[in-house]
Design a protein around this ligand. Structure first.
Ligand code: C2O
Ligand code: CU
Ligand code: CU
Length: 492
């Protein structure tokens, strides 16, 4: 039963009986090689992970409408999958026995009431990443659900919130582990007046899987805790290098999530025509032609992708090389093939409207604040800092006001990229400083994550419409757990 449900999402898991077949014999050698390379994990080859299955489609969370409210159940629980024939099953943690978790899709204005049950051996919360919902429903680390306990998450999706979101645990100090063990799912808010409703949709959830030589989910190494965890496998909807078909000339709307702990994904489709149409919090004003899209951990994009299949150009989805200033592990110096794309029959290309939505520029701020990221490698107890401090659940870092426009300058004084994330609202990046000078952001967009490379700065504006404590943090989950997080308390 558990098996069957998983297969609907994860071909990686469906394929997994063989994925570790050759692991045993190669482990000793691979582990040795990996040690020399400074990482303690066997290579993908050594593990014998099969690739190339069909792109899995998402499993939806069953919801039932009662008295105008969508009701459903979400359970976080261990899930043992027999990956190795005759071997010990692999222990995942999953929402409703599915990796990734079941997808939730609702319209603006609708209300969700979800009964959540924690069957994990540790406290957890469910955080609704990016959604403008009340703070006490947003899975703050302060509101942990203890093992064996349940609670209801209930919220209404306000008008204008159509966009591409996700949900994941956010307990104090254990977010990274709970996510890399398999807890994360996607949440899409639709609009009744959607200029792209005519395009067929594809949802691509990019995640990272790191296995040890026994086919178990590996614990974090020291390098993972410093750099942020990277595994051997970047998965797409739970499958490794799956394949899909795209018609010649066919235009599709893709939603792409970076649900990895730490990878900055420089996504490219070299053969095809790609337009950026939306960011984390919804559509941008006009499509923008893209050569690649930089997607930091936690961020999402909407793309209009048209199948062109240029001869001599790779037809699949790639993550191009990107150096993010890692301290211990090697940088990504090769393009990673993420998804294979085969040419289908010719299809008439659907129109791409010139105007998509309206993103009204936020007015002049009433408050300005500075958020400086820094690293202190000499202090293992407090390595990743915001304004010189590590996270304290009982401390309020900033006091804000409902409805007031704030402008924050995120200043990365550290050596690695740190993707900034804020809860409870979407922001607009206004300017970026590349180390030489300030540059005005070329277009308006709603975001809740922005990557800040070392020695660079970003200015952004936002308004919180609801009161309560809101986290802001680096979305490299190991850095967040290590304390690179603060609290903005929004008061009425
Ligand atoms: Cu996606 Cu505070 O998190
Ligand atoms: Cu969040
Ligand atoms: Cu960081």
């Amino acid at each position: 039963m558990q098996r069957r449900r998983l297969m609907q999402w994860g071909a990686a898991l469906a394929l997994s009986p063989w994925m570790i077949r050759s692991a045993r014999a190669d482990t000793a050698q691979a582990a040795h090689g990996a040690e020399l390379a400074g990482a303690s994990m066997p290579g993908a080859q050594a593990l014998g992970m099969p690739s190339g299955g069909a792109l899995p489609e998402g499993l939806r969370l069953p919801l039932e409408r009662k008295d105008g409210v969508w009701q459903g159940c979400l359970t976080a629980a261990p899930l043992n999958l027999p990956l190795l024939p005759g071997g010990k099953p692999t222990a995942f943690w999953a929402y409703n026995d599915s990796v990734p978790g079941p997808a939730i899709e609702l319209f603006e204005g609708e209300t969700l009431a979800l009964r959540f049950e924690n069957r994990l051996p540790q406290p957890t919360t469910v955080h609704w990443h990016g959604l403008p919902i009340p703070a006490d429903q947003d899975g703050n680390p302060h509101d942990a659900v203890q093992p064996g306990q349940a609670r209801e998450y209930r919220f209404t999706l306000p008008p204008g919130s159509a966009g591409t979101y996700w949900y994941h645990p956010h307990p104090h100090g254990h977010t990274a582990e709970q996510v890399y063990r398999g807890l994360a799912g996607v949440f899409v808010v639709k609009s009744r007046s959607d200029p792209l409703a005519h395009l067929p949709e594809r949802w691509l959830v990019l995640s990272d899987l790191k296995l040890d030589g026994d086919g178990q989910i590996a614990a974090n190494s020291e390098a993972d805790r410093m750099d942020g965890r990277e595994g051997q496998f970047v998965l797409v909807n739970g499958a490794w290098q799956p394949r899909m078909t795209l018609g010649m000339g066919e235009r599709q709307r893709w939603r792409v999530w970076n649900a990895t702990s730490a990878r900055v994904l420089k996504l490219a489709l070299p053969a095809h025509e790609v337009w950026l149409v939306g960011t984390d919090g919804g559509l941008i004003e006009r499509p923008r032609r893209m050569e690649y899209v930089l997607l930091p951990p936690g961020a999402r994009v909407e793309l209009a992708v048209t199948g062109r299949f240029a001869p001599g150009r790779p037809s699949g989805l790639l993550a191009l090389p990107y150096a993010r200033g890692k301290m211990m592990g090697p940088e990504q110096d090769k393009a990673l093939p993420l998804l294979g794309i085969e040419a289908g029959a010719a299809v008439a290309t659907a129109a791409l409207p010139r105007r998509l939505g309206r993103v009204a520029a936020l007015p002049k701020p009433a408050v300005r604040r500075r958020v400086a990221f820094s690293e202190d490698m000499a202090n293992p107890a407090a390595m990743f800092l915001i304004n010189g401090q590590t996270f304290d659940m009982d401390r309020v870092d900033f006091i804000g006001k409902v409805g007031q426009v704030e402008e924050w300058e995120i200043d990365n004084q550290a050596d690695m990229d740190h993707p900034f994330h804020l809860h409870g609202t979407q922001f607009q990046v206004t300017e970026r400083h590349d180390g030489k000078g300030w540059k005005k952001e070329p277009y308006l967009a709603w975001r809740d994550v922005v990557n800040v490379p070392p020695e660079q700065k970003v200015r952004l504006r936002f308004r919180q419409e609801l009161p309560g404590p809101r986290m802001f943090h680096c979305h490299i989950l190991e850095h967040e757990d290590a304390g690179m997080m603060g609290v903005l308390d929004v008061r009425a």
